[in-house]
Design a protein around this ligand. Structure first.
Ligand code: ADP
Ligand code: MG
Length: 409
């Protein structure tokens, strides 16, 4: 697939949040992969009406199965979703997305010019582009991005913002709470742990991989009940009592050696980790929380457990995750009123597997999800934050489908 470079700009509203959201939206697009994003630069307006505000600008490298015209349509659709009104050339905008380069293609049509005609003149484009792709070539000028940057384009760059740094946010809705997220060294679990921490919680991360991002417990395989009990003891002691527990750990039967296991081996692994460990941890931690008088437990199911999906994976996950969803409702009744218990049921979420899923899968996501995009781990995390927060005080025993509308209850 060809690599395209996109220019992102915003000079209205919360500019940083607009760029963050635009990058998330691109990451969710089936058939498109975000390969890199530059830092964000605050830049003075160039060729704009008087009184235009300063911009935040960034450049992103993407790989896509869309042709350039189709990609431009997508960019304009996203601009529109972000509330952009086309009020005149270079007028202020919440989000501007430009197609800068598309492989080595040269296009000159009324609605699309590639390479972008002003790309080589503008510092706010070339500086971030040079940061992520100095060797990319401009097909008509015959120069690399690094050489174009050396030609001294116009425009003033004022400040740099690292997109991974979180802005201050207050009030933090989970301030003062302690949380444990199992299976949180990657994917959805990691996104939930990070979101909890961003919202002020003290988070214990747990997993089998080495992980340096905060307090963590490395554990043996949770298919061992002794390891489950040890995790409960350690996490409870470390936190002095947990307020929120997310039972996210699951056996990976899709990638690595496990992908070649027999059906029965996969079933045993899923039953042991996804179901039995979730039940053991939920019952044990739930009893402690109930006695302490408060707490929230979230489990992780799967939206298609409710409708079925063809194939071995469909049978396996439907049986196991369906059992988790049913267990969760009974646990909620057992632990009420002190402890609230819910099941998060993700749909197609772009984890490591989704990043590299085949074109057929990209098409399937487009077709089967009413919202037309992949979910991101952050989407599941946002639901988890809300369920864990006091704002959700009147809910328990719910299955929350974070799935773009694919399966409706
Ligand atoms: P600008 O991005 O130059 O500030 P606008 O986004 O308001 O201006 O307008 C962009 C117009 O330019 C659209 O009508 C679009 O069809 C056209 N256009 C031509 N080439 C490109 C390109 N490479 N990327 C984005 N828009 C382009
Ligand atoms: Mg534009």
């Amino acid at each position: 697939m060809p690599t395209a470079y996109l220019g992102l700009g915003s000079n209205l509203g919360d500019r940083r949040a607009s760029l963050d959201a635009a990058v998330r939206r691109l990451r969710a697009e089936p058939g498109l992969r975000v390969l890199a994003v530059s830092a964000y630069y605050e830049t003075g307006p160039v060729d704009c009406p008087p009184d235009s505000g300063d911009y935040f600008n960034a450049v992103s490298a993407v790989e896509t199965d869309r042709d350039p015209h189709d990609l431009l349509k997508l960019l304009q659709h996203i601009e529109h979703q972000f509330g952009r009104v086309r009020a005149g050339i270079n007028s202020p905008r919440t989000l501007d997305l430009d197609l800068l380069l598309y492989g080595d293609r040269v296009i000159n049509t009324p609605d699309l010019v590639v390479p972008h005609p002003r790309l080589h003149e503008r510092a706010f484009v070339l500086y971030p582009l040079n940061q992520i792709a100095p060797e990319a070539r401009h097909p008509t000028l015959g120069k690399s991005v690094r050489e174009l940057w050396d030609d001294r384009p116009i425009g003033e760059l004022r400040a740099v913002h690292d997109p991974s740094e979180r802005p201050d946010r207050s009030p933090d809705v989970l301030d003062g709470l302690s949380a444990l997220v199992t299976g949180s060294t990657s994917g959805i679990g990691r996104a939930i742990g990070s979101a909890f921490r961003d919202q002020g919680a003290d988070v214990i991360f747990h997993g089998r991989r080495d992980f340096r991002d905060g307090v963590s417990i490395l554990s043996d395989d949770l298919s061992d009940p002794v390891a489950c009990d040890r995790l409960v003891d350690e996490a409870w002691a470390m936190s002095g009592g947990l307020d929120v527990v997310v039972l996210n750990a699951g056996a990976d039967t899709l990638t690595g050696d496990a992908a070649r296991w027999s059906f029965d081996q996969k079933l045993d692994a899923l039953l042991a980790v996804d179901l039995k460990a979730t039940m053991r941890l939920g019952r044990n931690l739930g009893a402690r929380m109930k006695e302490r008088g408060r707490g929230v437990i979230l489990t992780v199911g799967w939206d298609q457990a409710e409708t079925g999906m063809e194939g071995d994976s469909g049978q396996l996950f439907a049986a196991v995750k369906g059992a988790v969803m049913c267990f969760t409702r009974s646990l909620a009744l057992s632990l009420a009123p002190e402890v609230r218990v819910h099941c998060l049921a993700p749909g197609w979420i772009r984890t490591a597997w989704g990043e590299t899923a085949s074109p057929e899968w990209q098409e399937r996501v487009r077709r089967e999800t009413p919202l037309g995009v992949w979910g991101l781990p952050e989407d599941v995390a946002a639901a988890a934050v809300w369920l864990a927060s006091p704002a959700a005080a009147f809910l328990t025993g719910q299955t929350i489908r974070v799935n773009g509308g694919a399966v409706r209850g």
